[in-house]
Structures are given as structure tokens and as C-alpha cells.
Design a protein around this ligand. Sequence first.
Ligand SMILES: O=C(O)CCC(=O)C(=O)O
Ligand SMILES: [Fe+2]
Length: 322
Amino acid sequence: MSDRCLQMFNRDEAFESIMAGLAADGGVIVKDFIDQELVSRLNGQLAAHVEAAQTGSDRVGEEMRFFWGSQTKRFTRLAARAPAFAELLDHDLMHRWARHSLDGDYWLNTGQAMIVGPGEKGQVLHRDIGIWPIFQQLGRNGPEVMVSILLALSDFTEEVGATRVIPGSHAWEDFMQTPRREDTIAAVMPAGSALLYLGKTVHGAGENVTRDRWRHGLHMSFVLGWLTPEEASPIGVPWEIAKNYSPRVQRMLGYASRRPGEDQSPLNWLIDFVDVRSYLGIPVATPTVASGLFDDQWLPSAATRDEQDRQGSNEDQADCAR
Ligand SMILES: O=C(O)CCC(=O)C(=O)O
Ligand SMILES: [Fe+2]
């Protein structure tokens, strides 16, 4: 395996440095992405579901069974199962990154527990954009449509199967090139830290060579609002539950219509041609820059995004070559 390391940043490091790392390598680690207290609550609220989940899957076809692995537990509907997940879904840095990378309105693709068990083989190396084959075909010049996070809920070490990444693979000339395991780097990080990676970056769960240790990971990804997400969130997370969450979290879960362009009128995901929020009786405020609603409830204009990015860039450019 490669002896390089993934670039590592602190959560409060200059945003531009983290983005520069992502642009260069396609994947970086952010240390202490969430506090230990939130790690504990997530683990506590998910524990019974982890316990009840089966390894592997008998519900999907041969190819997906292979992709999932036979010793790995997976489940979704996290916002219905763990209120703490809704807090995670409101993470400011994550939204700043999604706004920066995805040119348009975005929503949750999926939130998944990925618990790799003892004896699990290394997962097939892949790009997450593979779920929409056209983007795999468009290759590196295709639009940025997806950003992903693998959050460590237990310590990620090579032995337990830390996610493996091929730095630079988001920019390969040929996306049909077969990835080699020896070019991968393990995202070794303590619980609470996160691997941030692009939809175009080749990666896969590592092999768990331990006899009795489980690797607790949580995947979250965001996609442009005009793409069908992997997980049908508003069906899996009913309004009775989602109504308790913040407007931004509700929007991520599909409880808001999509605005594909800078125009603020809803165009997709409508009911009777109006925003789904009107249908559900959720107040829909008219956004203006002055109202500040662009930031947490609405898609900010490109100018607003640039301004926000400039405001966050007062710190010195960090040294990326650590
Ligand atoms: O569990 C992991 O480390 C990665 C899993 C993954 O990339 C996937 O299932 O798409
Ligand atoms: Fe993946």
C-alpha cells in the first residue's frame, strides 16, 4: 500500500486550505469534525439498531451483495432513528463545503451506518457517482454533483478497515482505468473525525483483519437537487419526525421544493405546482439577502456564496504539504 498520508486539517482551519486539499487529492481528513459528546449520543441512539442489523444483505442482487460485503452491517433512515443525526445534518462546515462545491440547490443523498465486522474483505474500489452512470462516463470533466463524508464513530485504523482512498483519482484522465489497491491510502483517524471526499474519488472500505473489533462508520452524501437521491428520505423519515428538525435539515430530507437555478421559484419536487412546504403548512418566507434566509433556508446566489467564502478566508493559508 502507498506510504503517503491523506492531508489532515482541524475543523477550524481556513476553509480555503481544506478546499485546496480536496481539489488536489479528492479526499482529506478533518480532525474533530464533531465533538466527542455528539459521537457518544450518535453511538448511544444507534446502538440498538446496530445490534439488530444483520451483516450482509439478502434483499439486494448478487452485485450489490458483493458491494456491501458479507460481514458489514448497513442501515439508513438515520434521521428517524437518531435525533442526533439531525444535528449532524446541520453541520455548518459540511454545508459550506456543499454550497462551495455543488453549483446549485442540493439535498441529502443518503445517511448510512456502515459497520464493518471482523473478517470482512476490502470493499471493491469505486466512485460514489457510479449510481448515476452518466457521470462515470463523463469522467473528470463532468460536473461536480456529489460530496461525501465518512464519519468515524469508532477509531479508524488500518486493521479495522478504515476507508481507503486513491488521492488524485478524481482527476484521472480515464475513469475506466482499473484502480489498484496498492495505490490506496487508509483514512486513519480517531472517532469524531471525518473523511471528506468527492463523488469522483476512488475509495472503498478497508479489510477488517481483526478477530473481534467492529469499525463503526457513518456515511453522509449530498447531491444536486435535480438528481434522484439513493435514499427516499421523506418516505423513510415521516413529517411527524422531521417537523421537529431545523428548516435546513428538513430541506435536506426533501421537505422543500428544489430550486435548480439562481431563480428562487421552485421548479422541481412540487405539489400542485407549489412548494411542498406550502402543502404541508410550513411557512415559506420570501428570501432576500437582507433577511439572511439565503444562508440556512435557501440557495444563496453565486455572489452571496463568493462573499461568504471571502469572509471565511481571513486566516492564513495553512501549509497543505504536511
Ligand atoms: O465503509 C466505508 O468505509 C466505505 C463504504 C463505501 O464507500 C460505500 O459503500 O459506498
Ligand atoms: Fe462509496
